[in-house]
Design a protein around this ligand. Structure first.
Ligand code: SF4
Length: 61
């Protein structure tokens, strides 16, 4: 089974624009204000770019 990306909201300080949103090659991450980002599973290809990028380990694959 394909690995599925998860958001660990307690790891996300939710006080800044999520830089991982721009790292995603398929636009699967969106962010409302400074909230933790949300994942569009129809778009996500489990590439791990965002999970490797997030310094807080809030995106886990
Ligand atoms: S795993 Fe890749 S495709 Fe999925 S949300 Fe993260 S960066 Fe985007």
């Amino acid at each position: 089974m394909e690995r599925k990306l998860k958001i660990v909201t307690e790891n996300c300080p939710q006080n800044h624009k999520c830089p991982a949103v721009k790292v995603c090659p398929v636009g699967a991450l969106t962010q409302e204000g400074f909230e933790a980002p949300t994942i569009n599973y129809d778009k996500c290809i489990s590439c791990s770019k965002c999970s490797n990028f997030c310094p807080k380990k809030a995106l886990v694959l």
